[in-house]
Design a protein. Sequence first.
Length: 309
Amino acid sequence: MPNKILVLGSSNVDLILRVPRFHQPGETIRSESLTTIFGGKGANQAIASKQLGAEVVLITRLGDDHYGKSYRRYLTQKGLNPKSIFLDKEVPTGMAFIELDPKGENRIVVSQGSNSALSIDDLRRCSPLFRKTKVFITQLEIPIETVTMGLKMAKNSGALTLLNPSPSRPLSAEILSLTDFLVPNELEAQALTGLRMRKDQDLPRIAARLLKMGVKNVVITLGPKGLFFKNRNEEIRVKAFRVKVIDTTAAGDAFMGALACGLAESKPIREVLMFANAAGALATTKLGAQPSLPFRKEVETLVKNHFKD
Ligand code: RIB
């Protein structure tokens, strides 16, 4: 039986606009194309773990509208239990407006919609699901009190907790102390600590500050520069895999899903980081959030070929 991962988080419908460049305030430009794809950090991370072979449960809330109903059907077809995928009668499905430039960089604006209604009551309804959880993942596209309660319930059931602090916002000492693995990107790490990262040598200092703030392990993802890991005992630097970047959307989500998967399988931390790094890299080679999430074989092949070179 594969290991159980519980993901608490958002589901959005992503509207992706390919733009020739990011434009200035007050300027109007034409988009080269518009693509509609299922996304949202919570659902992306759940599907990422699932495609890597884990048994996954997703707790999320969609609108009771056309988008929400078809997204729920899709998630069910992907093997996620619909019982913890709630439909909201009051608020429409969350949407993300994503601008994508020719280098594959993105800018995202999220309209929270039904994600803002994912509540502590929803968590209480799902409490039996926490019992068998080995690894718990959450992010910040849902109400902060729901995040806090999710972390508490996960800790109480003995699970390892992973927090992806995105989109960035200040975090309470309580949340930080409930977090076993904090996984920010460079910008989020700087925002949380108030420390600037001018050069690579600043990473240990920033990670040390996050440890001091209460988390047990820090993984700072650095896009094309790889990642930096630190806990009380060790520091690990992993370089990025070289791939042809099409779209960086959901690279962080693929990374989170793979990190959770590796940790749930109790692999050594270096191996887990390599696996997650490869999953993140592969997600940048295709357009969109969920269609870009890799399968286990692809991730293992990328890691194997890397060690062959
Ligand atoms: O991390 C990528 C995701 O961020 C997108 O799918 C979008 O929905 C936003 O939540």
